[in-house]
Design a protein around this ligand. Structure first.
Ligand SMILES: [Zn+2]
Length: 251
């Protein structure tokens, strides 16, 4: 009898610990504050970008521009590499999205805007956009502010409903072309059940699946187009993947 009570007590204690751990995990995993560590692959991509000369005459040409003076291109490449070095140095560190954005913003500030014309600035912004895609963060608004100024970005938001405030973004990589597909959540409401979302990649046309999420009232999609949503109550993860494959065949 005695041992049975002890076992019971132990089980209770384990249960308590498990519940505690679960609650702590829930609290610490709140999406916006979630810390992530860059993967080896992300570091390798940043490193390879750093070791590539990013503003060759050919690159200017491809944008329909007259190549800038070599000294100007060298300067741009060097400044961008400083930002890439900052990022690579953070290998194995836990970082939030906003910490990563701060590093990119610091990188942008190294460029004196007055040194460049609009095309030059857009070229720089594109490179930062490329970095943000490697990091899988949404850096568009910061880039627009840097390019066009806070006022214009604000005005555009007022006049363009498409630009309604993004509460949270979820990003996945296209399984075929690896482009970053974003589900931008613009309205949340309680008691909306979980839905899987199937989208079509705008670049290569492949169908992709966003994980099931609850309480999504409104969202819009970047780099992809909404195709169909499926209730999580009707499709578990195995069934939804089967469904996705079926859709792919008919696509
Ligand atoms: Zn694709």
């Amino acid at each position: 009898m005695h041992t049975l009570t002890t076992i019971k007590k132990d089980i209770m204690r384990i249960r308590e610990i498990l519940i505690f751990t679960f609650v702590v995990t829930l609290l610490s995993c709140h999406h916006r504050d979630m810390k992530i560590t860059m993967t080896k692959d992300q570091i390798a991509q940043l490193d390879s970008l750093k070791n590539t000369y990013k503003f060759t005459d050919k690159d200017w040409d491809a944008r329909g521009l007259i190549p800038s003076a070599k000294s100007m291109s060298d300067n741009m490449d060097g400044l961008l590499n400083e930002c890439l070095s900052d990022l690579v140095a953070l290998e194995n560190k836990d970082l939030t999205d906003s910490e990563l954005k701060n590093i990119l913003n610091r990188g942008l500030k190294r460029f004196n805007k007055l040194d460049y014309d609009t095309e030059g600035r857009e070229f720089i912004a594109d490179k930062f956009n490329e970095i943000s895609k490697i990091l899988r963060i949404d850096f568009n608004e910061d880039l627009n502010i840097w390019l066009y100024g806070r006022l214009i970005v604000k005005l555009r938001k007022i006049f363009n409903k498409e630009d309604s405030e993004i509460i949270e973004s979820m990003m996945i990589q296209c399984t075929k072309c690896q482009d970053t597909l974003t589900k931008a959540i613009t309205r949340i409401e309680e008691n909306i059940p979980e839905y899987w979302t199937v989208v079509k990649c705008n670049k290569c046309g492949e169908l992709n699946l966003f994980p099931a999420e609850r309480n999504i009232k409104e969202s819009r999609f970047i780099n992809c187009t909404w195709i169909q949503s499926f209730a999580e109550s009707e499709f578990d993860s195995i069934q939804i993947n089967k469904k996705l494959n079926e859709l792919k065949i008919n696509n």
